[in-house]
Write a new protein. Structure first.
Length: 497
């Protein structure tokens, strides 16, 4: 597996600290409102990375925080007349619902900044004691960026350039800092703000200190991978390194992965432009699987443009896949084969075994072995692309190619082996991308397969009883739910429209 490391600006072979184990930390959202679809990008991208590495056999310790204390939280809570804690808890719950809607797995640990204040005070104290931080008159503690020789290495910025460029720039409330790039480790409380006691007076920690304490604590020291959006490279991640490395004398993280931004209709997403979509809004219009397919249709380091037209096109792509899978299930059902709802393989060894088994399967009929040869090439390509810095965009293309070959090959005479294996292959590859065809992933959901099957059965009974008005009504109700029926010689088929 090769990943692009922001630190070296090169693709590097992933070599983990412990064999077959990954310690990973992903900066999570600040919880003052519903998350927007920009926040969803790192969630989906790094969840896919986690799923893929798990499929390859790695044990992934995946840590992702919620920033639950911050200016934005305090301001919003004051506006609403509730406590910062209440506001943060409310939006942590909402964020978890959105994650579920997008089929993003819960982290191994979701630390909260407000529960880790003691660790932060200790880190700041150590930095002050060792001369890397200084205390200003008002009790603000600043990190002294001139003391850390590697400052700027991650973002490839030169400290002198940075300082000369901004020499005259004063941030209000930070007049006492010595150098422009110095950053706040501890800020004194203001009237009406939550605070904690510290050796420098009542106050709260700076944002960069939060992640720097939580990440090594829950990942057990140096991280294999630290990830987040590209806006975090500087100053957030640069500042995390600056706090950790001088104290511990070991690297903070081996690899740094950063996703590029998501824009809307080719414009930066912002509240003031009004081109802002929450994940919740999008999930009310589209299944979470569509959002995932869309997010992964562009390489994570390339700018991603969001529009509802593009989402419609991802929806159409998902439907092509679903129709292929439903067709296979339908043919299997007619052959009297019960399809287990959850058909997918959990790891690469089982998958490789399946591919070997297919090639020696004597049940295959004319043309199926050739079709499998082509499918196997696309499978190989799928894994090569995933191994190449998580190129999910090209990996998705391989799934479409596989679906095309299956559609060309299957019919009611297909062998059960071919049908079963095709199903297993498509569902397994999609599952690596976090797309579970057997699961409806819409917040405030609409489609329910059991209900559809039940309605189809009722319609059949109505027809049998010559109650055609009722049968038509059921067909219409299903159509209103976005389900179209097709009466075939083998029985009733349904698809999403
Ligand atoms: P925040 O709540 O602003 O700290 O953001 C949480 C995560 O979402 C961070 O990893 C950000 O880099 C990422 N993020 C925020 N906005 C966008 C965007 N428009 N596109 C991609 N990632 C974003
Ligand atoms: Zn962070």
């Amino acid at each position: 597996m090769k990943i692009f490391n922001t630190l070296s600006r090169k693709k590097e072979e992933l070599q983990t600290i412990e064999p077959m184990k990954i310690r990973m930390y992903v900066c999570g959202p600040t919880v003052y409102d519903f998350i927007h679809i920009g926040n969803a990008r790192p969630m989906i991208v790094f969840d896919t990375f986690r799923r893929y590495m798990t499929f390859l056999g790695y044990e992934v310790n995946y840590v992702s925080n919620f920033t639950d204390i911050d200016d934005k939280i305090i301001n919003r809570a004051n506006e609403l007349g509730i406590s910062a804690e209440e506001l943060a808890n409310r939006f942590i719950d909402e964020c978890k619902k959105d994650m579920q809607g997008m089929n993003v797995m819960p982290a191994t640990t979701h630390p909260l900044a407000t529960k880790e204040i003691d660790g932060m005070i200790k880190l700041i104290k150590d930095l002050v004691d060792k001369g890397y931080a200084y205390v200003a008159k008002d009790g603000t503690v600043y990190y002294d960026t001139t003391k850390f020789k590697n400052y700027g290495n991650l973002s490839h910025k030169n400290l002198d350039d940075l300082q000369s460029g901004f020499r005259n720039l004063k941030v209000s409330g930070e007049e006492d800092k010595k150098t422009f790039t110095d950053f706040v480790l501890w800020k004194p409380k203001k009237e009406g703000e939550p605070y904690w006691e510290s050796p420098w007076g009542d106050g709260r920690p700076g944002w960069h200190t939060e992640c720097c304490v939580m990440a090594p604590k829950y990942c057990n020291g140096t991280l294999d991978i630290h990830a987040g959006g590209e806006d975090l490279v500087f100053p957030h991640h640069e500042n995390e390194i600056a706090q950790y490395e001088p104290l511990y004398g070991v690297p903070y993280a081996k690899y740094w992965m950063h996703n590029a931004f998501l824009n809307i209709n080719n414009q930066k997403m912002s509240k003031s432009l009004g081109n802002f979509h929450t994940v919740r809004d999008v999930l009310e219009k589209f299944d979470g699987k569509v959002l995932r397919l869309f997010m992964l249709s562009t390489h994570y380091r390339a700018m991603l443009n969001f529009s509802f037209e593009l989402m419609e096109s991802s929806k159409a792509s998902l439907e092509r896949i679903e129709n292929c899978v439903n067709n296979i299930k339908f043919i299997l059902k007619n052959k009297g084969v019960t399809v287990v709802a959850d058909t997918k393989l959990e790891n690469i060894d089982d998958f490789n075994e399946l591919v070997v088994d297919i090639k020696t399967d004597s049940e295959l009929i004319n043309g199926e072995l050739e079709a499998f040869d082509r499918i196997c090439e696309y499978i190989k390509e799928f894994f090569d692309k995933m191994d190449d810095d998580l190129n999910t965009a090209d990996a998705e293309t391989q799934v479409y190619e596989i679906v095309r070959v299956i559609n060309q090959t299957v019919n009611e005479n297909s062998s059960i082996s071919f049908l079963n294996s095709s199903l297993l292959i498509v569902e397994t590859l999609l599952n690596i991308l976090g797309i579970d065809l057997n699961n409806i992933t819409t917040v405030g959901s609409d489609i329910d397969e059991t209900l559809i099957e039940k309605m189809i059965l009722e319609r059949a009974e109505a027809k049998k009883a010559k109650d055609f008005a009722k049968a038509d009504e059921i067909r219409k109700n299903l159509l209103d739910m976005g389900i179209e029926l097709e009466d075939t010689r083998q029985g009733v088929k349904w698809k999403k429209v």
